[in-house]
Design a protein around this ligand. Sequence first.
Ligand SMILES: Cc1ncc(C[n+]2csc(CCO)c2C)c(N)n1
Length: 222
Amino acid sequence: MSFSNTLKEKAGKVWEDCYEHPFLQELGKGTLEKEKFKFYLLQDYRYLIEYAKVFAAGSIKCDEEKYMTKFSGVQHNILYDEMDIHRKYMADFGITEKEAEDTVQSLFSKAYTSNMLATAYSGTTADIIAVVFPCAWSYHDYAKRLKQSYGDIPEDNFYKKWIDTYASEEFGESFSWFYEYLDLLCENKTEKELKKIEDIFRTSIEFEFLFWDMAYRMKMSY
Ligand SMILES: Cc1ncc(C[n+]2csc(CCO)c2C)c(N)n1
């Protein structure tokens, strides 16, 4: 198994704790309270703006033209495609773009994106891939498993679009270069350096747990 593929196992229990979180399980069943999803949506919209900046940093630090294009492509996809899912759900809720832009980032979300941006500014391209990797990989993994657990998501599940988008093969393809590029960058790293990459990866998935939990409890702060 390649180094990148081992990271999920190495991250340990927290990966499964996210999947088992009531926010995701209720989303799969379609029973999640809409107020909770609305809270998530607005926080996630703000989160994605900060997250997109991490890819710009990746692009600046990247020496290979091929991957530089990939970094800037993901930034574009976040701002246009991914945030479009949010805009569609926001329209259902009657939320204006101005309201979304004016949303204050919660304490947990700020901590998460500050950690990502600190890594992006001070780290290497391998560190940058490691810090964003769990976001894409875990969403794809969880959405696919929700589909398996709850069967094909029925039309009347309000969260169908969300689940189907992240579970799609197209979405899986969009970040397959994370595995390839991280493995390439890690080829000659020492044990100590690899351990650092594992720590960065695990910290992000731990923040993912806090993000689900924050949304479920609709908590802005401690
Ligand atoms: C808190 C939070 N974590 C992860 C994602 C998922 N996500 C964000 S950008 C992107 C595409 C490229 O990595 C994906 C899958 C999210 N929306 N919100």
